[in-house]
Ligand binder design. Structure first.
Ligand SMILES: NC(=O)c1ccc[n+]([C@@H]2O[C@H](COP(=O)([O-])OP(=O)(O)OC[C@H]3O[C@@H](n4cnc5c(N)ncnc54)[C@H](O)[C@@H]3O)[C@@H](O)[C@H]2O)c1
Length: 331
């Protein structure tokens, strides 16, 4: 069976997912909708599908599932709408900017029984999966400490920041999910600091561009997260997990993996420039997992619940900054 999919939102991430669908033999992109006609047409022309309105996609019984890649403030409404229409839903992170709204959305989805998957693509990265596989095999013993470095090459446009929900709900949310993926226990407290060290205008918009966090679990396992909206040397994505018997790490990835040694020293080519190229394999595997879930009705992972918990951690981080103290996570 070929799964028939529609794309809502033809921006940065919409393009990435359209390419992932094109590379998957089990599915076909049949329609794309976007508020900007040119954006939708560009993807429709490349994919050989039609531009349609969201209403037309909703009403088409031939469409099995949708990918919601519109701005964050539209996600919860669209998830509910398409779950009620009987479609499977893949939605980009985060579910919403407001935890209460996200919870209400979760209730609606539960009532409909719809298949809903959340876009925490890093769980599908082959390198991070290999780290998790070593943990699962017991190679490093009991997990004690996780370190996540996650720095973007540069800040997004101000217009994006205004609707993004801020660094913790927009960017750190991936790291919150990765922390849960690797810690093996739920996070119970969050301590966060944030500042604008790159661009004061980001602060005027009520956001931070640099943040450090310490997450702890009930048994005392710890995770540190280092976030910056600027890394002059490329997209900096590293993870280390330290356990009772050893440690396992995933280093930065490069489009070309060589090392040059001369009398001047050692040099290596630049890192990937951003998420579109660094996580190409992860996005392809993520979309393949969604397509499989649509076809088989299997439970999705990451689920909407995973999205709720990550959002609760983001809220705790914001409260921690306000209170200058560690904050208990409340879901
Ligand atoms: N998982 C990831 O790695 C990842 C990466 C980037 C973005 N995202 C998430 O994806 C979402 C989109 O981000 P982006 O960077 O692609 O944004 P973007 O601004 O590049 O694209 C959004 C698109 O949605 C369209 N749009 C806006 N409102 C619409 C509406 N009501 N109906 C239809 N189309 C509408 C816009 O015209 C635009 O083309 C955000 O929620 C973001 O958090 C996830």
């Amino acid at each position: 069976m070929v799964t028939r999919l529609a794309l809502l939102g033809a921006g940065r991430i919409g393009k990435v997912h359209a390419r992932a669908i094109a590379g998957n033999g089990q599915a076909r992109l049949v329609a794309v909708a976007d508020a900007m006609a040119e954006a939708a047409e560009a993807i429709a022309n490349a994919a050989g599908c039609t531009v349609r309105t969201i209403e037309a996609i909703e009403a088409d019984p031939e469409i099995d599932g949708v990918l919601i890649c519109t701005p964050t403030n539209t996600h919860a409404d669209l998830i509910e709408r398409f779950a009620r229409a009987g479609k499977a839903v893949f939605c980009e992170k985060p579910i919403d900017l407001d935890l209460a709204r996200a919870k209400a959305c979760h209730e609606v989805v539960k009532q409909t029984g719809a298949t809903v998957m959340l876009g925490f693509n890093r769980r599908f990265d082959p390198h991070f999966r290999a780290v998790r596989a070593e943990i699962d095999k017991g190679t490093i013993g009991t997990v004690e400490m996780v370190s996540i470095t996650s720095r973007d090459p540069g800040p997004p446009p101000y217009d994006y920041i205004k609707v993004s929900g801020g660094i913790f709900r927009d960017m750190t949310i991936h790291d919150f999910d990765m922390a849960r993926f690797l810690l093996g226990e739920e996070v119970t407290t969050v301590f966060a600091t944030g500042a604008c060290l790159i661009d004061p205008k980001i602060g005027e918009l009520g956001d931070y561009d640099s943040a450090s966090l310490i997450l702890t679990t009930a048994s005392g396992r710890q995770c540190t997260i280092s976030n910056s909206r600027r890394a002059t040397y490329g997209y900096d994505q590293r993870i280390e997990v330290h356990g009772s018997l050893g440690s396992v790490s995933a280093e930065n990835q490069r489009p070309v993996s060589i090392e040059l040694a001369t009398t001047a020293g050692y040099t290596r080519p630049p890192l990937h420039d951003f998420f579109m190229t660094r996580y190409t394999d992860a996005y392809a595997a993520e979309i393949a997992a969604f397509i499989e879930a649509v076809g088989t009705g299997a439970k999705t992972s990451p689920s909407l619940e995973d999205g709720l918990i990550a959002l609760a951690l983001a809220d705790a981080a914001l409260q921690s900054i306000d209170r200058k103290a560690a904050v208990a996570v409340q879901i």
